[in-house]
Ligand binder design. Structure first.
Ligand code: HEM
Length: 511
């Protein structure tokens, strides 16, 4: 029998040669294009200072790519500039692209859904959100609150000169009525005050976190290090957070006990508990959180959209008149609109869609973080990368929404003569984020904005938009929106002129 032996030295050499050739011939992992940046600090100095979404869209054109890379030491930001790349990654591969990104996590905002990672606890919160804000049982009650809030706004507009304040109050009124049955008459309401303080703190922390975004290694430095004072502010936020989550909940519990509670998400929940429905501690905590989250996530966003609506109407009187004609043809001067009118007002629906599209209040939706290494179009995307979906870029895409997407034109959402709608998407879901994390409040958000828009247009004519320097605003006026996660129009003033008998507005108040 012949024996075959391998020289161990030769075998080792062959293994090394094979390994080296694998490394040598391995396809180099490519990066998407993007601004080159500087050694050591990468792209830290490149991030646009104003309306970043426009800058990213411009770079996309310049580098002829719908995916861009911005590197800072320790972190990679992938800018996603088209619906295709957003759907390919955040929707089709949502199993690895759905974690949230937040430096605020360092301040233990564990009750904020938007900053939770996609674990079982997050799923429970999303489930409760869906049940309370998007179900056949709850929608009619929620809508009745939004309707009442819109009627209260009409009455306040009769006498006020602070239109901006009244619009803010209306958005807050609607969301607080739905969640807690609370109808605030001013911003002095304690709950609004404490959430205002929390929001201010988040803004401060986000500013502090700005440096951490760009120098992630800073998070390992001690608290006393200059620039990290936000850690202390964060401790205060924790105290306020307790008030936001527990305060109104206890108030409604007392009302349920003494029989004065108005039907709301909170009162339904507390009544069910008292009727013997058994819940785990996690479920009870999650419900309390959902209530507070609805207010925090839903108020500033709704306020921003409402301002955009009023601004668009003031600078586009022809659009306003067309929507009013549609409303007048349906109800004339005999009644104010309600949700039963929705199907009969297609132009108004198009106006509301166009408001969400024209200047999205969340131009980047919310950043997502990847939980695994991935390859896309030959590009390597390492675990822990930050994905920045440019919703603004999608909402300005002429292949989807038709020509001249910088202009405010509701017709783009109307069926054309062949019965086909112009845009590929017949609504603006894109304005509400992507994949598993898409906004769970979008149904109540749309309802709220729709009924406010229908009510305001029925009862008032909006005109004479001026900026704060007193310059008249027109469709051609440059409007610089705030460079923030929730982006607001520059401040402006308008006039509201009543167009229906005053008693109709008073009679429209519902108890
Ligand atoms: C008015 C217009 C609104 C806009 C434009 C808007 C937009 C968004 C966006 C873009 C996201 C992030 C989605 C993503 O990660 O991809 C989000 C998340 C969220 N929104 Fe809204 N939103 C609005 C109103 C509301 C309202 C009224 C509520 C509550 C009733 C609400 C509750 C939430 C919550 C809880 C999240 C976090 C979801 C999660 O992380 O899983 N939003 N919203």
């Amino acid at each position: 029998m012949s024996s075959f032996t391998i020289d161990p030295n030769l075998a080792a050499l062959a293994a090394i040669a094979l390994f080296a050739s694998l490394i040598y011939f391995r396809k180099p992992s490519r990066n998407p294009p993007g601004p080159p940046g500087l050694p050591l600090i990468g792209n830290i100095l490149d991030f646009p200072k104003k309306e970043s979404w426009k800058g990213y869209l411009e770079w996309g054109r310049q580098y002829n790519s719908d995916i861009l890379l911005m590197k800072v030491p320790g972190t990679r930001f992938y800018i996603l500039n088209s619906i295709k790349v957003i759907q390919d990654l955040l929707v089709k591969r949502s199993n690895i692209y759905s974690n949230s990104y937040s430096q605020l996590r360092s301040i233990k905002t564990t009750w904020l859904i938007v900053f939770m990672n996609t674990d079982e606890r997050w799923k429970l919160h999303r489930h409760l959100f869906r049940r309370e804000f998007d179900s056949i049982e709850t929608t009619p009650v929620n809508r009745s609150h939004a309707l009442r809030a819109s009627r209260r706004l009409l009455r306040r507009l009769l006498t006020t000169s602070d239109h901006e304040g009244e619009l803010r109050l209306a958005a807050v009124d609607s969301i607080l009525s739905v969640t807690y049955g609370i109808t605030p008459t001013s911003f002095e309401h304690p709950f609004i005050k404490v959430t205002g303080k929390i929001n201010a703190i988040f803004a401060d922390v986000a500013r502090g976190a700005y440096f951490i975004d760009r120098f992630p290694l800073m998070k390992y430095l001690p608290k006393w290090f200059p620039g990290l004072a936000f850690h202390d502010i964060a401790d205060t936020a924790k105290e306020y957070a307790k008030e936001v989550v527990a305060g109104p909940y206890e108030e409604i519990k007392a009302q349920v006990n003494n029989g004065t509670a108005v039907s709301s998400v909170a009162s339904r929940f507390i009544s069910a508990l008292q009727d013997g429905v058994k819940l785990s501690k996690e479920e009870e905590d999650a419900t309390r959180n959902v209530l507070a989250n609805a207010y925090l996530a839903g108020s500033d966003t709704s306020i921003g959209v409402l301002y955009n609506f009023v601004l668009a109407m003031a600078i586009h009187p022809e659009v306003q008149k067309k929507a009013q004609k549609e409303l007048d043809n349906l109800n004339g001067d005999h009644r104010l609109p309600d949700f039963s009118d929705f199907e009969h007002l297609p132009y108004l629906a198009a106006v509301v869609n166009e408001v969400f599209r024209w200047h999205p209040v969340t131009p980047f939706a919310v950043y997502h973080v990847s939980t695994d290494d991935d390859t896309y179009k030959g590009y390597h995307i390492p675990k822990g990368s930050i994905l920045v979906p440019n919703a603004y870029a999608v909402l300005r895409d002429e292949n989807i929404f038709g020509p001249d997407t910088d202009s405010f034109n509701p017709e783009r959402f109307m069926a054309n003569t062949s019965g086909k709608r112009a845009p590929e998407f017949t609504d603006v879901d894109t304005a509400f984020g992507f994949g598993r994390r898409a906004c769970p409040g979008r149904f109540i958000a749309r309802d709220t904005i729709w009924i406010l828009a229908a009510s305001i247009l029925s009862a008032y004519e909006i005109s004479d938009a001026y900026d704060m320097e007193g310059k008249k605003l027109t469709p051609d006026s440059p409007l610089e929106y705030t460079n923030a996660m929730i982006s607001f129009a520059p401040k402006f003033k308008v006039s509201f002129k009543r167009r229906i008998p005053e008693n109709m507005i008073h009679d429209g108040i519902l108890n």
